[in-house]
Design a protein around this ligand. Sequence first.
Ligand code: MF3
Ligand code: CO
Length: 249
Amino acid sequence: MIVVKTKDQIDKMRKAGRVVAAVLQLMSESIRPGVTTAYLDRLAEEEIVRRGATPAFKGYRGYPATICASVNEEVIHGIPGDRVLAEGDIIGIDVGAVVDGYCGDAAATFPVGAISQESERLISTTREALEVAIKTCRVGKRIGDISHAVQSYVEAQGYSVVRDFVGHGIGRNMHEDPQVPNFGLPGTGPRLRPGLTIAIEPMVNEGTFEVEVLANEWTVVTSDRKRSAHFEHTVLITDDGPEILTVLR
Ligand code: MF3
Ligand code: CO
């Protein structure tokens, strides 16, 4: 069931979104060759707590950490640990925070030191796919319009979109209706209404769209072990267009 948010609920989601954005900013300043993903996780958790919020992922279906840290061929749900980042890696960081019972969820993919031009292009295409998706978020459009915008943008650049994992409605729960796939047909799916809050999260692969889950039962990797990038924002639909909630303001 799709439910739109009240003004009061939206205010709480703005606060949660601000915390998430601050953590991603901190991650961008902290990612460098030689640091471990567990170190980034600790920094993120300290920042969330310092801001009076709670990590949204920790304990969610047994997830053991505050962030997801997905390196290179890891698509999403990389579990932070003693892996040391190396020059040339790319790392997707996904962060969720809860404020007054409401969630914010966002992700970005960062370079570790200097990276190849191919990896730069993968990252910028994925960021742009999210921007294109957000621009589509107008009252009267449908979820399928977002899905189609992402898929056509990404595939025109020679990349593929992951199908096995999708974006989602968000609010008191991290995952609510509707699902927001990164592939699909325009003019299909639920209509966008004022007060709808959704997490849009393109996952873009260099090679095949097919993915596998590792033996840790969390980490999703590309089946061909080529690289993948991920960006995500929590977005509010308003009569005046989209408002990104996971921003610093
Ligand atoms: N942004 C991811 C999602 O929307 C984060 C989930 S990680 C989990 O599904 F550990 F919390 F599951
Ligand atoms: Co999400």
